[in-house]
Write a protein that binds this ligand. Structure first.
Ligand SMILES: C[S@@+](CC[C@H](N)C(=O)[O-])C[C@H]1O[C@@H](n2cnc3c(N)ncnc32)[C@H](O)[C@@H]1O
Length: 290
């Protein structure tokens, strides 16, 4: 990573006080064939998203116990959901998405990998119709909330999460956070998507422009999850925001050697993603899981 460029980004982010204006995703429900295949491809082993997935997977594994029912909001092609289910074979998983092509892709991948502890549902995360009250032990979501049209939908989603969670339920959500300086966006897109398709590069740009602010997540957590969620962001530049239930983290035990093996198998650039997330979220208050 060119360190001077990162320092310039940090300086620009420090000196801007306000977040950029939000531009909602042009394609909120990812139905187009190209979007499905670009995203599936970005999530492949060693793909642009593989380092970020591994980092967040370790945190999610800390919250999942045998026998739990785990809900993934906006599961997309199941890249992360499939890995989480594979690493926690004694838990049951439900993935919801409003894109049938994404759900079809997820079903195909799960069948091919022989993963049978996942149910896929066509459902809207802002209503969660069909998910009973207090039926979920752990709610997770990765890079999906920024697809919602506005803050009101974000709040409605958190209200639904509070409805379906059991009283001792836990959460782990990760998403992009809104940056303060427009010039930071090409930097983050460039370092994550080198060698990837134009479709994925465009998707990344849209995601960063559509991201909610850390304050949006803090408001939703305060209104609906209270002590069940705490909001963290990468220090200096809120590129990534995480909501995690405090105090419930178990040791990774069985999953740890496999997560470590997967880390060592990542290409250099993706290992750097894991290290950068670990450092900047750790400085933002989130203890590393791996
Ligand atoms: C960027 S993808 C993330 C996929 C997956 N979570 C991952 O990390 O690989 C966002 C997904 O959210 C889905 N989505 C958008 N709005 C939704 C809604 N209201 N309810 C359920 N899914 C939604 C999109 O169709 C898309 O599949």
């Amino acid at each position: 990573m060119p360190v001077p460029e990162l320092l310039r980004i940090i300086a620009r982010e420090i000196f801007e006080r306000d977040p950029l204006a939000r531009t909602p995703e042009p394609c909120q429900i990812m139905n187009e064939r190209e979007a499905v295949s670009a995203y599936t491809n970005g999530g492949r082993q060693n793909g642009a998203l593989s380092g970020a997935y591994l980092y967040h997977l370790a945190h999610m594994c800390q919250l999942v116990h045998p026998g739990d029912v785990v809900l993934d909001l906006g599961c997309g092609p199941g890249n992360l959901l499939g890995q989480l289910a594979e690493l926690n074979p004694r838990a049951e998983f439900v993935g919801v998405d409003l894109s049938q092509p994404m759900l079809d892709q997820a079903a195909k991948m799960l069948r091919a990998k022989g993963i049978y502890n996942v149910e896929l549902k066509y459902a809207d995360m802002t209503t969660l119709v069909g998910v009973p009250d207090q039926s979920i032990d752990v709610a997770v979501s990765s890079m999906a909330f920024h697809h919602l049209p506005d803050e009101e939908c974000l709040d409605r989603t958190f209200e639904q999460i509070a409805r379906v969670l059991k009283p001792n339920g836990r959460v782990y959500f990760n998403d992009f956070g809104r940056l303060r300086n427009a010039e930071s966006i090409p930097y983050f897109v460039g370092r994550a998507t080198e060698g990837e398709s134009q479709e994925l590069i465009d998707d990344y740009y849209h995601s960063l422009h559509a991201a909610f602010t850390k304050a949006d997540f803090e408001r939703a957590v305060l209104c609906f999850l209270r002590g069940r969620g705490r909001v963290y962001a990468t220090v200096v530049s809120p590129f990534q925001v995480v909501v995690k239930t405090p105090g419930h983290c178990q040791k990774l035990l069985a999953a740890k050697p496999e997560l470590k093996r997967r880390f060592h198998a990542l290409p250099r650039a993706r290992k750097a993603d894991v290290r950068q997330l670990s450092l900047f979220l750790n400085l933002g208050g989130l203890r590393n899981a791996l």
